[in-house]
Design a protein around this ligand. Structure first.
Ligand SMILES: NC(=O)C1=CN([C@@H]2O[C@H](COP(=O)(O)OP(=O)(O)OC[C@H]3O[C@@H](n4cnc5c(N)ncnc54)[C@H](OP(=O)(O)O)[C@@H]3O)[C@@H](O)[C@H]2O)C=CC1
Ligand SMILES: O=C([O-])CC(=O)C(=O)O
Length: 267
């Protein structure tokens, strides 16, 4: 059985914990969340058969088999970097954080120092295996379009482009490089960053973000071409009720990745 520590326990974290209850090979012993939300998180987890401990940091000397981040960009600096340096393998969903200059190199250095690895999870998007294989032969272009319900863009710079509450039709709120998308829309640009890291990089991956008042899904479209040929992918993700900015597939992506570490066949 693998003993896991989870960073963050919001929409993704709770979904993952609920699904892992039926897997005897995986056990989340502890979740790490900010001090001020610990009470709320304990309430959220009270219905689980075996609720994990709720902590504000990894106890000194604690050595989980895996650490999985489901928290947000700040948690990479705060928890993932030190865990890697201590030799704990880490799985990460807040891939957009890696668009911050220098962070990829610091994560690599920490993992090398600790003699371990960091795994970037596909999260809400599919086709990462194909894109990253296509990169070996040479990619020519990668274009990503992210379309979400208008209200999912509240609290982002999209608010300055249009009136998100009263939008009548779909509106492009951003067009540019994946680097710029990750800087301006950190909570919504994890997919763009993941596609960039797997493919042509942050500066050459083209991104378009759309607020669509008529959509009730998070729709991710990828068009890629290169020496391998080409592919077009449309993924219509259902948003999580607990956080409409996040697609349910992200929860399943975490459960799949953890399962692949524990089960004898991985796919
Ligand atoms: N790769 C992908 O495709 C996707 C990635 N994501 C990433 O996943 C993250 C989590 O998503 P979601 O669960 O929907 O978000 P929620 O806001 O529902 O939950 C986040 C949880 O993490 C906690 N948290 C925040 N910062 C820290 C920190 N520094 N240390 C420890 N815990 C922390 C929060 O605590 P509190 O409530 O106190 O803030 C909360 O428990 C997103 O921020 C995004 O970066 C999301 C969707 C798709
Ligand atoms: O969950 C999603 O649909 C994707 C998302 O938020 C992101 O790219 O950060």
């Amino acid at each position: 059985m693998l003993n896991i520590t989870m960073i963050g326990c919001g929409a993704i974290g709770v979904g993952v914990l609920e699904l892992l209850e039926s897997d005897p090979q995986l056990c989340v012993d502890a979740v790490i969340v900010p001090e001020e939300s610990q009470g709320l998180v304990r309430q959220r987890l009270a219905g689980l058969r075996k609720p994990p401990q709720v902590l504000s940091e990894l106890p000194a000397g604690s050595r989980p088999d895996l650490l999985v981040e489901c928290a947000g960009h700040r948690a990479i600096e705060q928890h993932v970097l030190p865990a890697l340096a201590q030799g704990i393998p880490c799985l990460v969903v807040s891939v957009g954080a890696l668009s911050e200059p220098g962070l990829v190199e610091r994560l690599e250095a920490a993992a090398e120092f600790g003699g371990t690895r960091i795994e970037l999870l596909p999260g809400a998007i599919g086709g990462i295996d194909a894109l990253s294989a296509a990169k070996v032969g040479g990619l020519e272009s990668v274009r990503y379009t992210g379309r979400k319900p208008a209200r999912a863009w509240l609290g982002t710079p999209g608010e300055t482009v249009c009136d998100l509450e009263h939008l009548a039709e779909a509106q492009v709120i951003f067009e540019g490089s994946a680097r710029e998308a990750a800087r301006l829309y950190p909570k919504n640009a994890n997919v763009a960053a993941t596609l960039s890291l797997a493919g042509l990089g942050l500066d050459r991956t083209q991104v378009r973000l759309i607020a669509d008042p008529l959509s009730c899904e998070n729709v991710h479209q990828v068009e890629a071409s290169g020496a391998f040929g080409g592919f077009e992918l449309t993924l219509r993700g259902k948003p999580l009720a607990a956080n409409p900015k996040t697609s349910a597939l992200t929860v399943y992506s975490v459960v799949r990745a953890l399962g692949n570490h524990a089960h004898v066949i991985s796919i």
